[in-house]
Design a protein around this ligand. Structure first.
Ligand SMILES: [Zn+2]
Length: 160
């Protein structure tokens, strides 16, 4: 086994442990779905979940909190890697750093938001009020305005 191969297997192992869907791990590592499924069974004692993958990251933004989390994830990813780059290693680094700084997040949601910004399925908008970047899709309720400002406003209103 070459060193490069070993690194790929180690990355696949770490991505499976993080909870990333098998077909995404396959696309990021080039390893076979069959082998990855066997690894999942070996690691967790159960088969990985099957079923359809979401079309894009908007499936993960069911409220303003989620929109804020995904905006923070992609902003962190771009800060760490210089852009919304693809790559399993980069995704894993961002996910670990996000969880250390901000708490739990579904790595699949993180994968999709970085990809969607990269291929312009969603755009990144800078809020004119708080200057923070957030994922923007004007057709959807939770991504049509800055989620940070919305949540801050709601919190203030709740206190009053
Ligand atoms: Zn704002």
């Amino acid at each position: 086994m070459r060193v490069g191969d070993l690194e790929t297997y180690q990355l696949a192992d770490a991505l499976i442990r993080s909870g990333l869907r098998i077909s995404i791990v396959a696309s990021l590592t080039g390893l076979s779905v069959k082998w990855l499924r066997q690894t999942h069974v070996h690691l967790f004692g159960v088969s990985p979940v099957n079923g359809r993958l979401p079309d894009n990251c908007l499936s993960f933004t069911q409220n303003y909190e989620a929109a804020a989390r995904l905006s923070s994830f992609v902003t962190l990813h771009m800060g760490l890697h210089g852009g919304p780059v693809a790559g399993g290693k980069e995704l894993l680094t961002t996910w670990r750093e996000y969880e250390r700084l901000c708490g739990a997040i579904d790595i699949n949601a993180g994968y999709y938001v970085c990809r969607d910004v990269r291929v312009s399925i969603v755009s990144l908008m800078r809020c004119s009020h708080c200057r923070t970047l957030y994922i923007y899709d004007g057709k959807r309720r939770y991504t049509s305005q800055c989620p940070y400002c919305y949540l801050a406003k709601r919190q203030t209103a709740g206190r009053g």
